[in-house]
Design a protein around this ligand. Sequence first.
Ligand code: C5P
Length: 243
Amino acid sequence: MLKDNEIKEKICLALDVENIEKAKKLVEDLAPYVGTFKIGLQLYCAYGNEIIDYIKEKNGNFFLDVKLMDIPNTVKKASESIVKRGANFFNVHALGGIEMMKAAFEGAAEAALKLGKKPPVILAVTMLTSISQDVLDNELKIDKNVSDYAIYLAKLAKKAGLAGVVASPLEVERIKKETGKDFKVLCPGIRPCWASKNDQKRIATPKDTVQKGADYIVLGRAVTSADNPIEAIKKIYDELREI
Ligand code: C5P
């Protein structure tokens, strides 16, 4: 049976809201249940420092979902800044290549060492889920099967020394099998059976996703758009306690 502290560590809540008041209310109400708050570009560009300071005030961890992709030197410097800002997680595109991913790792590790902090968990985005086989074939002209290519990129991220990847719940088992159990997988596209699918297509329930080996699950609208987000997250805890 999963214990509540183990469940909390796995839960990453996506703060995809348009104003700072809503974001702060979610942090305040859900901090006891959430291991990591995910700050995406929408919120970061509008209220980056304010929301980070608020999460820190509530003793929360945060994941800066900024998907870095640039020349290695720029990524290294950006990674240093992200560590100075106190992020516990951040991500980069695996498509930036090994040298770029290594630069992210080195920048983060060096900055963490200087500050005497634990280095953040760096995850790679393999293929964006918005990239279909058709886009890969006909637009990007990459002659590969889309899920095979995602696995290939996950292995590249591992080779570069990154901690893990962001992936669909439908790919977790294969990634774990091909990269090993210590390589972390964070899954978005999570929908309890009582929640709306919204625009997500490749979804799974929290319980199935964790049982398949996901280290972290991203909860978004299933919780943040619920009439009562606290009740919604408590129901997810009930589901995960059954594991
Ligand atoms: O509301 P919902 O549960 O769909 O939110 C999912 C979160 O995970 C969003 O922040 C979205 O940007 C992110 N995400 C995703 N699919 C990916 C990568 C990230 O849904 N492949």
